[in-house]
Design a protein around this ligand. Structure first.
Ligand code: ASP
Length: 284
């Protein structure tokens, strides 16, 4: 049994390059399915899927990130390995790429979970990651039009050995202040994985932090396969009650994938070993 879910953010449809987003979701899903089918590890699959979505430039993450109010590009990402409960994250990362792989390096090459700002950049440079010379050229200018407010990417996977992993990466929200960090690099808010469930969130990060959304899903989903959809709805209702919006993608240990959102649309792709396969811009 294996299952994978990938998302490209929940938010408005306006200003999005829907055809490109759909094509890139589909291609990323095809890659992830093939990896899981041949016995690939959940951790490698979520990292690889998020890396492809970062490179796409059609989502507000990785190369599609938008600058903050002072024109700088600050990116957030996290990755969680459910089996070992190890995780790694970077926050307000600038000048170096790719965020999700750097987050994994924090997990594997340091005793820390989260590195932020200049320290994260220096860690990445010291570990051989790509320095970004000219951000205005690197961050696909115009790929995500100014109207787009947010659009994280993320992935959850269950592999054939039963391991679960989750990863999330974002350029944050439009008009964010320098140093603003959202939910995406916060384990328990934007991402979560343990031996029962993997979760990746997208939306107005402040609300996902205030509700500890990803961990909230994990705690409420004691029997993840039976309860996933109602649990996602409950956590989203809590977010909505505070005035927030977004979407949640989760996979349970039995191979069930679920997603829910309270925005106009969510870009999402899912597949499993039972033959389910969808890559779509889901609308309400
Ligand atoms: N959650 C992200 C953040 O607040 C944005 C998004 O998901 O669109 O940084």
């Amino acid at each position: 049994v294996w299952a994978v879910g990938i998302h490209g953010g929940a938010g408005p449809l306006r200003g999005s390059q829907l055809d490109r987003q759909q094509a890139d979701l589909d291609a990323t899903l095809a890659w992830a399915e093939a990896e899981l089918r041949r016995g690939g590890a959940a951790l490698d699959v979520v990292e690889g899927a998020v890396c492809r979505m970062e490179d796409s430039g059609a989502f507000v993450a990785g190369r599609g990130a938008r600058p903050n109010t002072e024109g700088q590009y600050e990116l957030d990402a996290s990755i969680c390995d459910g089996r070992t409960r190890r995780c790694g994250a970077v926050a307000a990362l600038s000048g170096v790429y790719p965020p999700i792989t750097i987050a994994r390096a924090v997990m594997e090459r340091t005793k820390h979970v989260l590195l932020a700002g200049d320290g994260a950049r220096r860690f990445a440079l010291a570990n051989g990651f790509t320095a970004i010379g000219e951000p205005e050229r690197f961050f696909a200018p115009g790929a995500t039009p100014p109207g787009v407010t947010h659009g994280t990417v993320g992935a959850v996977a269950l592999d054939q050995s039963g391991a679960i992993a989750a990863a999330t990466s974002t350029g944050g929200t439009t008009g964010k202040l320098p140093g603003r960090v959202g939910d995406s690099p916060i384990v328990g808010a934007g991402s979560w994985a343990d031996d029962r469930i993997g979760v990746s969130c997208t939306g107005q990060g402040e609300f996902f932090i205030r509700t500890a959304a990803a961990h909230n899903v994990a705690v409420q989903a004691r029997d993840p396969d039976a309860l996933l959809p109602p649990v996602l709805d409950r956590v989203l209702a809590e977010i909505a009650a505070l005035g927030g919006e977004g979407g949640i993608l989760a996979v349970g240990a039995g191979g069930r994938i679920a997603y829910a959102f309270n925005t106009e649309a969510m870009r999402v792709a899912v597949a499993d070993s039972q033959g389910r396969r969808e890559a779509l811009i889901a609308r309400r």
